[in-house]
Design a protein around this ligand. Structure first.
Ligand SMILES: [Zn+2]
Ligand SMILES: [Zn+2]
Length: 296
């Protein structure tokens, strides 16, 4: 999915997420206060901070779609990566906060209104898992790393609500500190999820090549074209969802410049059509002579 469709999909699913987080932060904060559960209240405040990460997806996507200009000839897609980094750092902080808090939380033996805290926590798990699924599927369709990050944020929120639920049940069974231990474990899971996302951001910042399947697609399209002798020096890197590619292409030494240009256009279009993300290609033409051929 590319262009306007992808952006519409990213916005659509993020609006769902924002609505869900708004609803959950109100329900959980109220239930935590009325029901007398500190864990549910904290979960509610966490959902409030999630609204900020939804905002990061909106701004990141909006800014990254700005057309390239004189000052930014490679476009503005870096903003999407930056918003992914921001979401990941919030996620990391949330995980670290949960771990730290689990060490200092006191013993809770009963709740003011168990039915309320239970039902709101179950509702939260269902909503968050639903948001994870639609966001992850949209993230895959649009190859948006910010959506992928936000999807895993939803999943980690579902898990933390599950830990809250486990804590509620065990507290009712009279097990001391069970809720604190569960909360600490969930905090660790959130930290691991955020580290994975941060790793992806650093792969992009260090100009790591595009995936093997993408590069193989490029090679195969060139190999299958009868007018292309060879390609080499294939370089690639990602900026947000966009892949930047450049390579050398060998053609018949007697070929006219006009014909050679037609071939590069043809190859560029074929590559753009077979990849699911926006792509920016520069091809360097060389005469197909023995000394120009290279292995890579
Ligand atoms: Zn969250
Ligand atoms: Zn060359």
């Amino acid at each position: 999915m590319k262009g306007k469709n992808a952006i519409a999909e990213i916005y659509r699913v993020t609006i769902w997420g924002t609505a869900g987080n708004l609803l959950l932060s109100i329900c959980k904060t109220a239930a935590g206060l009325i029901g007398g559960s500190a864990a549910v209240l904290t979960d509610g405040l966490h959902s409030l901070s999630d609204l900020a990460t939804d905002g990061a997806v909106f701004t990141g996507t909006k800014l990254s779609e700005k057309a390239p200009d004189k000052m930014h000839p490679y476009g503005h897609r870096w903003w999407e990566t930056l918003s992914t980094l921001a979401i990941s750092l919030v996620l990391f902080a949330a995980g670290a906060g949960a771990v730290v808090k689990s060490f200092s939380s006191g013993k809770v033996s009963s709740f003011e209104s168990p039915a309320l805290v239970y039902s709101v926590t179950l509702f939260s798990i269902a909503v968050k898992e639903f948001l994870f699924r639609i966001t992850e599927s949209a993230g895959r369709k649009t190859s948006s790393s910010a959506l992928h990050a936000n999807a895993w944020h939803h999943r980690s929120d579902a898990l933390s609500s599950i830990a809250v639920l486990a804590g509620l049940i065990m507290t009712n069974m009279g097990i001391a500190y069970a809720d604190s231990i569960a909360a600490g474990l969930v905090g660790l899971m959130i930290i691991i999820a955020s580290m994975k996302l941060i790793g992806g951001v650093f792969r992009e910042f260090s100009n790591t090549a595009a995936g093997r399947r993408t590069l193989e697609t490029v090679r195969q399209i060139s190999r299958e074209d009868p007018d292309v002798g060879q390609i080499h020096k294939l370089r690639s890197r990602n900026i947000g969802r966009e892949i930047f590619l450049d390579f050398h292409m060998l053609v018949d030494p007697q070929m006219s410049v006009q014909k050679a240009h037609e071939i590069t256009d043809r190859i560029e279009n074929k590559i753009a059509e077979s990849l699911t993300v926006p792509v920016n290609i520069t091809i360097h033409i060389e005469p197909d002579l023995e000394d120009k051929r290279k292995d890579e």
